[in-house]
Design a protein. Structure first.
Length: 222
């Protein structure tokens, strides 16, 4: 898989946001030409640039001041706000080229997964090893901590002093609602979605990975 160079304002070559292919780009500033009834003419340079792809012969359009792409439109796909900016950018670009170049988008999504693994301090030389190294490192811990939070917050707000100050009861109820939502998503919805897909890959692949998954016993607190 070749390295993907993200589109960037006035850069001479990158992976085209339309065809996804790494290609030379030709930049031009757009000009507005007006001819008035009086015969007067005006020529104005617009703050918009086009980037002409040497591979697909199509143009993307960019806004000068923000140096951001305005066409093709970035699809309104939710990107997790907790991801770091570099991963967000990679995902944005993947979304951008998803329809026109699914293989390039897929390569970018794999790259963003690797970046997420690195963010979680994964160890190992390849993605397989990195994924194995973060197995259950965070996911289970965070889910069960959310459950403990519900237990402790309800316990404190109803029965036991000293109370944890989390605001008024409405605020506490909203916090609990948010936690239940996170728990349901993590322990029910997410595993169901993943297991449904898991069942579709060849059994030999599944077994190969499953035998590498540690089956650890619960180990007390945290
Ligand atoms: Zn192109």
């Amino acid at each position: 898989m070749g390295k993907i160079i993200l589109p960037e304002f006035q850069k001479s070559s990158f992976n085209c946001p339309i065809c996804g292919v790494f290609s030379v780009q030709y930049w031009r500033q757009l000009t507005e030409y007006l001819e008035f009834q009086s015969g007067e003419k005006s020529v104005t340079q617009m703050p918009i640039w086009s980037s002409h792809c040497s591979h697909c012969n199509q143009r993307s359009f960019w806004e000068e001041e923000g140096k951001i792409i305005i066409f093709p439109f970035v699809k309104k796909q939710q990107i997790n706000p907790d991801l770091n900016e570099k991963i967000k950018d990679t995902l944005k670009q993947a979304i951008l080229i998803l329809e026109d170049s699914p293989p390039a988008a897929a390569a970018m999504l794999r790259l963003s997964l690797e970046m997420i693994c690195d963010e979680l301090n994964a160890e190992g030389g390849n993605l397989f090893e990195k994924i194995c190294s973060i197995y259950e490192k965070e996911h289970i811990k965070v889910s069960t901590r959310a459950m403990h939070l519900v237990r402790i917050i309800v316990g404190n707000s109803i029965h036991f002093p000293p109370k944890i100050d989390l605001g008024d009861s409405e605020e506490i109820a909203k916090t609990l609602l948010g936690l239940i939502d996170i728990i349901a998503e993590r322990v029910l919805t997410e595993p169901k979605k993943i297991n449904d897909l898991w069942a579709k890959i060849p059994e030999s692949k599944r077994l190969e990975i499953e035998k590498n998954e540690p089956h650890s016993e619960p180990k007390g607190e945290n």
